[in-house]
Design a protein around this ligand. Structure first.
Ligand code: GDP
Length: 312
């Protein structure tokens, strides 16, 4: 990418897209195409094609998706598969029809089989059964990966697919019904501290293990891969280590300064037991994550307090 290349960030208001936008702007990329979801509905083919016709897009980051935590995936399976299939099909095909130079598609580690060996290597894709709690989302993402690969093979396009591990950062979703575990726990511990609630409920057994990547690290990885990665095979982005949900809860409890108890509700599903990605491939290219979980959590908690207090 040149500093004056025309770059479209789809989903620039979300956790990942907003981080990619910050990274691009801080490096001096200024010819950016941005549309909010109220300005452009990516599920609508005509609207997407009109955008590509109007703007001569050269590079694009496809960070727009319907996303959510374990409960949202369970409650809205149809929305997760439909919206994601529509968004990615419209965008990837428009990118081809309007001849853009390169596209980066963001997937997720839930595309890997539930019981795949850990850490998850890129080659484990499609080698076993998926985790049922987020299967519709995972199948949509697998279709997106395959679409990028198939277009590359048949049409000679340059579409790359990046699999980030569980992410967190500013502009996350803190709604307890739909969020992922990390923002949910920040909010639960904060609210419990403010209201002197004696215990915080953590879903599941606390035993599942997850890896957490700050969105600013992911954004750096995406810009790096846009410039240095040209293969059709997927590539993981992670930090290379994971922690249990119990350990995460204790860390957030300390950072928030909550002195009550933690109670595990094992009647709520744990989801996949472990999701740690193998980062050998991206490390060999010369990239690694820089933000430690503790520092990342502290800064996200500060940002949350600002945003949250403004809204109240
Ligand atoms: P996943 O990584 O796709 O399973 O999605 P989540 O981030 O929603 O959940 C990760 C793990 O954290 C699961 O084992 C959840 O049961 C557990 N968890 C514990 N407390 C919470 C909570 O308050 N919200 C969410 N979303 N997950 C929680």
């Amino acid at each position: 990418m040149e500093l004056n290349s025309k770059i479209y960030v789809a989903g620039h208001k979300g956790l990942v897209g907003s981080a990619i936008l910050r990274a691009l702007q801080s490096k001096g990329y200024h010819n950016l195409v941005l549309r909010t979801s109220s300005e452009l509905d990516l599920r609508n083919r005509e609207e997407v094609y009109n955008l590509f016709q109007q703007e001569k897009i050269e590079y694009m980051f496809l960070a727009a998706a319907k996303v959510g935590g374990i409960a949202a995936n369970n409650d809205y399976p149809a929305d997760f598969i439909r919206d994601n299939l529509f968004i990615q099909t419209n965008v990837i095909d428009a990118a081809y029809q309007f001849n853009i130079k390169k596209l980066l598609f963001l997937g997720s580690t839930c595309i890997y089989p539930k019981f795949a060996p850990q850490p998850l290597k890129e080659e484990y894709l499609l080698t076993g059964e998926l985790e049922p709690t987020n299967q519709p989302y995972a199948i949509a993402k697998i279709a997106g990966i395959n679409m990028c690969q198939s277009y590359n093979r048949q049409y000679g396009t340059k579409y790359i697919s990046v699999m980030p591990t569980n992410m967190y950062g500013p502009h996350d979703n803190f709604d307890l019904k739909t969020s992922h575990v990390l923002p949910a726990l920040i909010r639960k511990f904060h609210d419990a501290k403010e209201n002197n609630i004696p215990a915080v409920e953590v879903w599941g057994t606390g035993n599942p293990r997850r890896e957490f990547l700050h969105s600013d690290d992911l954004a750096e990885a995406c810009l790096f891969l846009m410039d240095h990665y040209n293969e059709s095979e997927i590539i993981n982005v992670g930090v290379g280590s994971d922690i249990s949900i119990k350990e995460l809860a204790e860390l957030i409890q300390t950072i928030v300064g909550y002195e009550g108890e933690i109670v595990f509700n094992s009647s709520i599903p744990d989801g996949t037991p472990r999701k740690l990605v193998d980062v050998t491939k991206i490390s060999l290219l010369g990239w690694e994550a820089k933000i430690s979980l503790e520092n990342g959590l502290r800064s996200v908690y500060q940002a949350f307090q600002k945003e949250y207090l403004i809204k109240q």
